[in-house]
Ligand binder design. Sequence first.
Ligand code: PLP
Length: 421
Amino acid sequence: MAQNVNDLKPYLRSNRHSPTLLVNQLSQERAANGEKVFGFGFGQSPFPVPGEIRDALASSAHRKEYMSVQGHPPLREAIANFHNQMEGKDWRPAQIIVGAGSKILIFCVLAALRRAHVLLPAPSWVSYEPQAGLAGHTVSWIETTFDDEWRLTPDRLEQFCASITDHDIPLVLVFNYPSNPSGQTYTSEQLEALAVVMRRHNIVVIADEIYSLLSYEPGYATLEQFYPEGCVVTSGLSKWCGAGGWRLGFVRIAEEFGKSFFQAVMGVASETYSCAPTPIQLAATQAYSDCALATEFLKRQTGLLRDVSQYCSGTLQQAGVNVHSAKGGFYLLPVFDRFRRELNANGIESDEQLTAALMADTGVALLPGSAFGMPSKSLTARLAFVDFDGDQILQTERHTAQFDRVKQGIDAMCAWLTELH
Ligand code: PLP
């Protein structure tokens, strides 16, 4: 007998459509109506995939066979060599699993565990909590503060771990740096101090290093250096190579986790995505084989991103907004609490109301901080400052004039704030 679809309602999961994609859709609708939009909601790379890598994809288009679940061996070798050379890692190809983006690999690691207590610093990226929920895990948020530059501190981690009563469930911390949404990162000293607490409480860390190569300062400090036995690292092509839609990521699992853990992650990979697309794996082999090309490309990207981010944070600070300048990646996390009285007088009490009003009055698209685990009343929002044509900008020497759309959006926000009564 055919089932009435309404009968299924009580059984549906309550996962919302990812808020980042929703803002993108709202912005597109506004733009389609001919209205002005400053697309600071969705954070994808504005830069083009380098020509050599695009050519490698074009010449692999005829490759239609499945590849192994773990990934094309030359690609895994290229990834290991690349990160060893660029970031001083000590990786081997056998420790790497390639997948269709790092997002699904974070899920594979979470789903490899039957039960886990997943710890997320607030703020954290939007997808960790829903993924942990899909995997059936308990989630706890650990507060961070503006004054600590939104970083997890050893004290707060220790305090949280000391409060845990159920010691039979593994603790898994998802730890992303440079951070989406805050743009902040950690120094070696800070990572070393955190590693002490992580080791004491036997925490499995999923180190989400998807923005590591987009750190503005050279010499990326890595948690693995201080806590090699407890880190599972994820990264991929999406951010540094401008190839988010290609869907190519990987996870590196240290031998200390043991064969059965590795096999459990591989098992989830094999029962979900099977393998990353074959032509993309071949093009990615090219991307990860040329450190000189990547170094040059990254130098230009990070110089430009730093300039744009400094314009944004500096201008917002002058207007009275609390915001730290970014240390890497595409994002800032401004706090509008200094305008609380004026905002409240205009009926704006939550970050959702704030982002909706900004969109309606100025066309600026931001994401509410609550999408990242911040309290809704904290009046925080994530700003992705990448609404510019990276292809055009990279071709010119003097690039400052060319992120006018970003400047106009920031100026429109500041004018809106000043005009609040
Ligand atoms: N982690 C963070 C913090 C991200 O911002 C993103 C993408 O937006 C991802 C992971 C997922 O990246 P991928 O494209 O490799 O799935």
